[in-house]
Design a protein around this ligand. Sequence first.
Ligand SMILES: Nc1nc2c(ncn2[C@@H]2O[C@H](COP(=O)(O)OP(=O)(O)OP(=O)(O)O)[C@@H](O)[C@H]2O)c(=O)[nH]1
Length: 291
Amino acid sequence: MAHQAGFVSIIGKPNAGKSTLMNALVGEKMSIITPKAQTTRHRILGIVNDENYQIVFSDTPGVIKPHYALHESMMHQVDGSIVDADLILLVTDIYEEYDEADVLKKLERSEAPLAVLINKIDQSDEETVKKKVEFWQEKLNPKAIFAISALHGHNIKAIMDFVIGNLPEHAPYYEKDALTDRNDRFFASEMIREQVFKQYKKEIPYSTEVIVTAFIEGEKLYRISAEIIVERDSQKNIIIGKNGEMLKIVGTYARRSMEEFFQQKIFLEMFVKVIPDWRTKKNYLKQFGYE
Ligand SMILES: Nc1nc2c(ncn2[C@@H]2O[C@H](COP(=O)(O)OP(=O)(O)OP(=O)(O)O)[C@@H](O)[C@H]2O)c(=O)[nH]1
């Protein structure tokens, strides 16, 4: 049998459940998940390997109208993943009020086969699901529609079967033992960012970036140093919290996630640094890995 391989892009609005789906499909925690919109800032590859196929999933930032340079970079990554796609999975939230115009506009650029995934059906009822299926059938006439719960793993197998059934014949794009294109430093910084999104309110998560400055793999433990970057002194104080309590909480949870992910004891130290308006400055964005 000829080997199959292809790029499968997971696209949708913020908070639709793209990262949750990606992790469910890949069977590993590749992407961080939080209840807040715009958690994902980079395109992240999650690779599923089998003797006969290689599926390269892309988790992407939620589609928004860009308000500053960071958003522009995020949307470029979405565009790139649509151009590359052999197959597109459009993730929609069952509660979304049919306003997917921005996403649909982006999809116009692609001729790749499309499946619409109606997510979070665990929070819904049969009648609503049926109406949504009819809506998408009418609107896009996609190759397939699945009603799913990414969180509860409902219908994930059906999506996998669909993907494998529509994967082109191709040699593998990555080594057959590769899981992702990202390195350990990236995942460490994402696990800190996940806690920043979970522990702080309002604009703090959106004003924050995390950079891992040292990652030393000792025999007994990994020593990880990171900078939490914010835009203003007032934000720095909030991140640190009274007597450093908030930063301690972030560190504790992030360290636990890292210990699970790396299967290693972790020593984590973090520093908070102010870079005024980093989100709008191309030179900093480049330095932080946004193209
Ligand atoms: N009830 C329910 N919640 C879900 C489901 N899938 C995802 N969620 C929740 O929806 C929220 C957003 O999930 P994510 O996977 O981070 O969404 P995303 O589309 O990657 O979000 P962005 O990074 O903003 O683009 C989280 O709180 C998830 O737990 C689902 O099937 N059912």
